[in-house]
Write a protein that binds this ligand. Sequence first.
Ligand SMILES: Cc1cc2nc3c(=O)[nH]c(=O)nc-3n(C[C@H](O)[C@H](O)[C@H](O)COP(=O)(O)O)c2cc1C
Length: 188
Amino acid sequence: MEKIKLGSKPMIYPMPVALVGADVAGKPNFMTIAFIGIVNMSPAMVAMGANPSHFTCKGIVKNKTFSVNLPSVKMLKVTDYVGLNSGEKKNKSELFKIFRGKTKTAPMIEECPLNLECKLVKKLTLGGTDEIYIGEIIETYCEEKFMTDGKPDVEKMGTYVFTMHDNRYFSLGKMIGKAWSDGKKYKI
Ligand SMILES: Cc1cc2nc3c(=O)[nH]c(=O)nc-3n(C[C@H](O)[C@H](O)[C@H](O)COP(=O)(O)O)c2cc1C
């Protein structure tokens, strides 16, 4: 077996695709984020790596709130558009229907099947291109039509994933197993 060394690369395959929102200069603004994931169970927390020069980051730092919105496959083009254009130059405040929750300053996207309303708890500077924004998820929103037995159902939501460097989006495949369960059948 010969492994080819690819260098120091941010290669977790695949990555999620999220629209992260904040109010900037009194208007909702969104950025597309792939460097994002859950980092604490209780209280529920999310961490994202983002370049602090992004327009959205200015609003996150000012208001100490932000939203994480998971788009469906139907929203692929608009989500890519959000990632190609900065609110510094293009007004992205009219792209989506907005709703607000407890914080009032974290704009959330109605069209997205799942929305996380977050309070910024920490910002970490790593000395590289990006900073880490850690948010406590203070509320989660999902429509009944995207749920099964009271839980968000990825097959109904139609969320999708991304691979970096080759810049491709993929829809999700079929369910292939049950977590905390299939391992019990593993024979050593
Ligand atoms: C698929 C995709 C994933 C992206 N992921 C990230 C990311 O994880 N971190 C980041 O800083 N920028 C990421 N970007 C770039 C920002 O979304 C982009 O610079 C955006 O225009 C920033 O918008 P704003 O200046 O209005 O905040 C991504 C873009 C795309 C298309």
